[in-house]
Design a protein around this ligand. Sequence first.
Ligand code: HEM
Length: 325
Amino acid sequence: MKPDRRGLTILSIATVVATWLLLVIGGLVNPTGSSMACPDWYFIPTCNGQVIPADWSGGILYEHGHRMWASGVGLLTLVLGVWMWRRRDLGDTTRRLGLGAIALVALQGTLGGITVKLNLSWVVSTMHLVTAMIFFSVLIIITGRVLAAPAPPSARAVGPRALVVSAALLVAFQIALGGIVRHLGAGLVCGDDWLGCGPGTFWPAGGAGQIHMFHRVVGYSVALILLVVAGRAARALQQDGRPSWPARIPAILVLVQVTLGLLTVASGRSLWIVTFHTAVAGLVLASLVALYLTLGPLGSPRRAREAGRAALQPTLAALHAEVSP
Ligand code: HEM
């Protein structure tokens, strides 16, 4: 870490941690049946007209606690984004990412408000979940770029990097599917049958059951794909003489995530299991974003290849000088 970036680094890491805790707190709202405990929303965190409610029962603890924690994350993001904007040494892309984070956190708060105003529309609730995950990923990118300026990737890392991007997009799709399962109330349409969807049935006839089973099948496929992608990324890092552990983290997390999914069904949506199923989904996505940053900077594969070639140029020139008579 550059010494003059210590404060900014600490703030960006604190915002990442606070946002992950927000995923945990937000994940508790729906399974505790607290989503409509505070039906008012006027851009400031109030619950039934009060900023600090006198009574925290009836789900208010979860719903209003979520709003207050989210307001704290909003403030942290605002300070982070403004601070980054004032630091020209970060480069234009990183500085714009800071502004992007402010825009995303504002959008996220608005979506949360619309969710309540539209009485928990499943479309808006799912958008609220997906925006939360995108915001979390942007904070990971910001932290990575504040910690170290992007360095040219090796030519070997270009292929695995493209695979990591595809895997991250697939995980984002699976997160959206999970949100649809939850907000259509399809979490237990197959009962507690974690192998199939009720006695002797794998593919149910009803739409809700089919979406539920589709989420499971995509989940198993995502796990297999991530194991392969992590293997490719680990090999590229090893061949470059770098530690391969950043590639192992998404592989481990996705196995934990599938286990939590199975336990969600088997336990009949136990509160903490289903909450961690949401929060670990964020970690799977974040670990892929971090792996992407580890493999090389942001930019097109073509530019990465060119940068790789440029980095090799002095070595090639030296070799050429040595072998030529
Ligand atoms: C890569 C793998 C997976 C990811 C990223 C993922 C992600 C998610 C997410 C983000 C949610 C929505 C939670 C919310 O709205 O807060 C969800 C819901 C759900 N997931 Fe997964 N999931 C995965 C695999 C699985 C698997 C393998 C199963 C079961 C075998 C499963 C079962 C469920 C169930 C039952 C719900 C609905 C929970 C509820 O009703 O609240 N998931 N998933």
